[in-house]
Design a binder for this molecule. Structure first.
Ligand SMILES: *Cc1c(COP(=O)(O)O)cnc(C)c1O
Length: 395
């Protein structure tokens, strides 16, 4: 393919060359098992300790509150299932939201089948969690509030500090799925009263298959993966040393460049949003206009089916996504777009474009020009659109 414009950074990101460089020796020279006694393994052990500090520093945590997992999905499963198990004597009620990632939603549904009650709090038209509804949902038997830090589809950033304050006031644990927000927007676990937090390597230019769970000291959850004594008896399995080194380095780099990258990406994103809204009729922006991830734009185009749009974009070398990666391929419209109040037929025509600091102004302009032509072409073939235009003329 001649041209490749990658605008799907919410689905996954490219590993930074500096991250790969740090990882490589841990496949070859330093392949020792960090749990071993002999000094050859010390190199691996130190590398894991260094990565733990790099990750902890991003969110203001202590190193012994950081646990390495097999990814964001595992961390989410662990947070919900292990809290449910450990705190069942207090109650079996959990609060989450209607717009969570499926790693949370499907885990919550599994818990519902196992005797737990889940309240799915709604969001407003921008995708911001309704705080009054959240607080009103708390009961004496509520053990956990799990609200994502930033939404993977529409990019809306949640008021974590306010949610943390509500959780603390009612003595309920607070977990956040921060996979999209970690090392992308500022998070401090103490200021925000966060008790547990999930993050993932491949969303921050680190490797796939490695994740992090922050667990505040004093939270009583136990192991989710049983086996050896790794991770202070809380997460069994031989350490994925190259992966751990990779997520540590990626966290350090992303966090150090956060302000600079966010400023750059916000400008490009706003240019993209303005051009699309001004130049393509019957279009809406999904998610909060300003309080959103700096790299996220999500649109609905009326009379357009998301899949056909993605295929034509791909033919022009542009990678975008419709809904989330997990739902594309299914005919169901995104649960997030339904939760912000969009009707089914509009929710079908959505497009998510997520930028990186490598995206250029030329990339964005080429994408908008291409998109304009694609939308015109698809609409010209749509009987619904024809009807709509005719009716508009008659009026
Ligand atoms: C990608 C993502 C996950 C899953 O993380 P993996 O590391 O791919 O398992 C969970 N939550 C959110 C919000 C995500 O964007």
């Amino acid at each position: 393919m001649s041209k490749l414009i990658y605008l799907d950074n919410a689905a996954t990101t490219q590993v930074y060359p500096e991250v790969l460089d740090e990882m490589l020796p841990y496949f070859t020279e330093h392949y020792g098992n960090p749990a071993a006694i002999y000094s050859f393994a010390g190199e691996s052990e130190q590398a894991v300790a260094k990565a733990r500090k790099q990750v902890a520093d991003v969110i203001g945590a202590k190193t012994d509150e950081i646990y390495f997992t097999g990814g964001g999905s595992e961390s989410d499963n662990w947070a919900l299932k292990a809290t449910a198990e450990a705190y069942a004597p207090k109650g079996k009620h959990i609060i989450t939201t209607a717009i969570e990632h499926h790693a949370i939603l499907h885990t919550a549904q599994w818990l519902e089948q196992h005797g737990y009650e889940i309240t799915y709090v709604g969001v407003d038209e921008n995708g911001t969690v309704k705080l009054d509804e959240l607080e009103a949902a708390i009961r004496p038997d509520t053990i956990l509030i799990s609200v994502m830090a930033a939404n993977n589809e529409i990019g809306t950033i949640q008021p974590l500090k306010e949610i943390g304050a509500i959780a603390r006031k009612h003595d309920v644990l607070f977990h956040t799925d921060a996979v999209q927000a970690f090392a992308h927007v500022p998070i401090n676990v103490d200021e925000m009263n966060i008790d547990m937090l999930s993050a993932s390597g491949h969303k921050i230019n680190g490797p796939k298959g490695i994740g992090v769970m922050y667990i505040r000291k004093g939270v009583k959850i136990r192991s989710f993966i049983h086996g050896g004594a790794q991770e202070r008896h809380r997460r069994a399995g031989t350490h994925n040393v190259p992966g751990i080194v990779g997520i540590g380095k990626a966290a350090e780099i992303s966090s150090a460049n956060m302000a600079k990258n966010n400023e750059y990406e916000t400008k490009l994103r706003d240019h993209l949003i303005e051009r699309v809204l001004n130049e393509i009729p019957y279009t809406r922006l999904n998610g909060h206009r300003t309080n959103r991830l700096p790299n996220n734009a999500n649109f609905c185009f009326r009379f357009i089916e998301g899949e056909s749009m993605l295929i034509l974009l791909d033919q022009a070398g542009i990678c975008g996504s419709s809904g989330s990666a997990c739902t594309s391929g299914s005919l169901d419209p995104s649960h997030v777009l339904l939760a912000i109040g969009l009707p089914h037929e509009i929710a079908h025509g959505s497009l998510r474009l997520t930028l990186s600091e490598k995206t250029t102004l030329e990339d964005i302009d080429y994408t908008v020009d291409t998109l304009k032509a694609i939308i015109e072409r698809l609409r010209s073939m749509s009987p619904l659109y024809e009807d709509f235009v005719r009716k508009n003329k008659e009026e």
